[in-house]
Unconditional design. Structure first.
Length: 159
C-alpha cells in the first residue's frame, strides 16, 4: 500500500503540466489595451489562433491592415541571454503557462524583432498579449529606447 502510494505520487509529479489552449477567435478590448494609444493607433484587432500539440498558428488582423499569418513549431525556450531574431527567423516556446512567439523582420528598411507573450485569464475568457518590438540598428542614442512595448486585452469572439 505504502509503495503504491509513493509510485502514484511519482507518476503524478513526473507528468508534464497541461498547457493552456489558446484556440479560438479573440477580439481586442480597446478601452483596456495599449495599441489604440500608440503613435499609429490600432483600434480594432483580432487574433485567430489554431493550436495543436506541437505547433500554433496566429492570424492577426486589424481593420486597416492585411492579415498577418504565422505558423510556429513549438520548441524549447532559448538559453538566456538570447540574441534577437533576424529577418525570416521565428520561434515559439512555453514559459510556464505563457506562450511566447518571436519573429524577426524588416519594417521601413530596419531590421526588427518582436516578442509576444500570450496568457489566458484564470477563467480562460480573456487573452492578454504583451508585445515588445526591438529595432536592431546597431547603435543606441543616450536617453532613447530602441524598443516599444504594449499590452492588449482580448475577449473571445464569434467567428
Amino acid at each position: 500500500m505504502y509503495l503504491s502510494s509513493i509510485l502514484a505520487l511519482l507518476v503524478t509529479l513526473t507528468q508534464p503540466a497541461a498547457v493552456p489552449d489558446f484556440t479560438g477567435h479573440w477580439k481586442m478590448v480597446p478601452d483596456r489595451s495599449g495599441s489604440p494609444a500608440q503613435s499609429e493607433p490600432i483600434r480594432d484587432m483580432t487574433f485567430v489562433i489554431a493550436q495543436t500539440g506541437d505547433s500554433i498558428r496566429l492570424d492577426i488582423s486589424s481593420s486597416d491592415r492585411p492579415v498577418v499569418s504565422s505558423t510556429y513549431v513549438l520548441g524549447p525556450a532559448p538559453k538566456l541571454p538570447a540574441d534577437p531574431l533576424g529577418p525570416g527567423q521565428q520561434r515559439a516556446y512555453w514559459d510556464g503557462n505563457r506562450l511566447v512567439v518571436e519573429r524577426g523582420g524588416t519594417i521601413s528598411g530596419q531590421t526588427v524583432s518582436s516578442k509576444q507573450s500570450l496568457t489566458l485569464s484564470p477563467d480562460r475568457s480573456e487573452l492578454i498579449v504583451e508585445r515588445v518590438v526591438i529595432v536592431q540598428h546597431g547603435y543606441t542614442l543616450k536617453g532613447t529606447n530602441n524598443y516599444a512595448t504594449v499590452k492588449d486585452v482580448f475577449v473571445r469572439a464569434k467567428p
